[in-house]
Design a protein around this ligand. Sequence first.
Ligand code: MN
Length: 744
Amino acid sequence: MTDLTDIEKEHIELEFNNILSTCKGCQKSENKIIIRKAFDLANEAHSKMRRRSGEPYIYHPIEVAKIASNEIGLGTKSIICALLHDVVEDTDYTLEDIESLFGKKIASIIDGLTKISDVFDQESLQAENFKKIILTLSEDVRVILIKLADRLHNMRTLDSMPDNKQVKIASETLSLYAPLAHRLGLYNIKSELEDLSLKYKHPLIYNEIKNKITESTEKREIYINKFSSPVIEKLSQKKIKYSITGRSKSIYSIWKKMNTKNIEFSEIYDLFAIRIVFSPKVKSPEKTQCWNIYSLITDIYQPNPDRLRDWVSTPKSNGYEALHTTVMGPGQWVEVQIRTDRMNEIAERGYAAHYKYKGDKTVDSGELDIWLKKIKELLSSNNSSALDFLDEFKLNLYSKEIYVFTPKGLLLRLPKGATVLDYAYEIHSEIGNNAIGAKIKQKLVSLDYKLQSGDQIEILTSKRQVSDPKSLDFVITAKAKNALKSLLKKIRLENVEKGKEILQEKVKELNLNPSTITFNKLLKHYSVRSKDELYCKIGRGIIDISNLKKIISKKAQNKWVRYWQLQYNRSSTRKKIKGDIDSEKSIVKTQQIELTENFDYTNYEIAQCCNPIPGDKISGYLENNKDVIIHKSGCDIISELATTQGNNIISVNWTTHKMLSFLARIELNGIDKIGILNKITNIISKELDVNMRSATFDSRGGIFKGTIDLYIHNKEDLDKLIIDLKKIKGINSVIRIEELNDTV
Ligand code: MN
């Protein structure tokens, strides 16, 4: 805790004046006075604090205020809040102090910001807490905008954090903050957050791509000039005021594309897009002028009709407006984006840009309000678990949209991939519950029909409620999912009641004793897991109990062999569960586990991504509250899950495992000498606890490569085998391969 030096004080003053002079929305002297007041308070409150990097703490709120002002375009109130955002949390000032000095509104935004950071600062972000954040967000969107500015500055200065924190913060940024920025239309901030996350999560990949972009700059610029010059000529002839630039794709989106399409950097054809931003003339509508420029460009270059995107007539729900087309430039396809100054402002700064046009009032941007209303609806449906909510929320953040029409011509927006049933629930839950199909363009279509933009839909209903659980597989909106789940639950409960009555009557009729033993016999006979499932199936008429007497009087056959035991350690309560597995099935897979005891987790599975075997350090992930997926502790996927769903990470240990076989794969290579394959297979067959399942060998130019799948009991046996194989003369390397996506 060192006092500020004179140089630092001077720098702070300079940076602050910078905010005042660049902030467009706060040039009135009364605004400047109150911003000064906030700055003085923050400066004084943080004066004894330094950041981890050693810099005076106040640099941080100043930078956050600058981002809020220059990069998001926020006004006076937001700048004040950005300057004060850490004061209540980190210093002796209270919320009451803030309220008495700056008024109710500012105090409530600061309150929101403090609550959010409470939530985010916990060990891992819990879905339940995330729900709280969104509730705050729906009160005043500025809370989330300032929080994004805060996170952006923290990401820009992440270097001074310890490594393990860097990765955690980067993961969280990627899974929550970047999608939020995207949803609010803050494209620049979203891209920067993604790029910075990648930089800390996968530094090597990040640098490699970055270098490749730099290397190809000159070539790209030459191409862009060649492409642009005829366009520039035409635009100038029409006396249009414009700017034309070549925009390179972000590092993160290049990485994503390389991954999803499994291609090399050099194979990405749309590394850049051409962007034309123009000042529209007052006399004709912006839309017409955009299309005029489109027509001018397509006179020069042939457009690809499949890749025309008109977000001028129907803006995206995050407010984005522009006309995109892909044309055949000299030798390759090139994307061209056409926007007016106003559209560009919205594209870069998102909804906040609306402030600029509407003054520094409350945010009133129609589409955002609709979105927030949807979020509120989602929150108010009480049967959505916090975790489902998080998934659905993320889904809604990134989904692309289609536009469809009601029979009366009303426009509705749905995520891409939405079906007739989604649409029905969008209209009303009763319509969804009773829908049996629809009419589109005079044709009858089923509930799982995927809607296309422009479809006009008439829903057909019947009084009988739809109760097929399979419907859940083809609805994608949160609204439809929630409504369907509660309908299915209701129907299930009805069936359970009905089944219970039927069974009780039958038991009475036969004069049987409804003991636990009786029930266990029934559960085993009908292969159901619980009493409720039994009742439900009886209620639905799937299980016929007319020969009940015979089943119950049958002698118990115990063909079950106790096979494995995993220790679950969830939160503070330790539970031991015993699993029995059908001996016939045990050789290959570890699924199909029937639990004898009444326990929530009815199944466990070995994750395909890292394929742990006994002896490896493992962690469990509780999926959908019922299945436990076992990963290796260091696996990327489980670390990702740990950042968003820490509650569902269960610590698990191997205990009894000698009797169960696990599939493992090794890869080996060496010099192709006579008899070497024989030696390899000999060693494997001599190992007591290892069985070979399959093997392939490939020989080229005197070098061979082999892949062998084995059944082994644990890591120890596998390690021993690897050591033995390495002893063979001519063998170069033997390694274990974790991912087993296909069999050899
Ligand atoms: Mn902060």
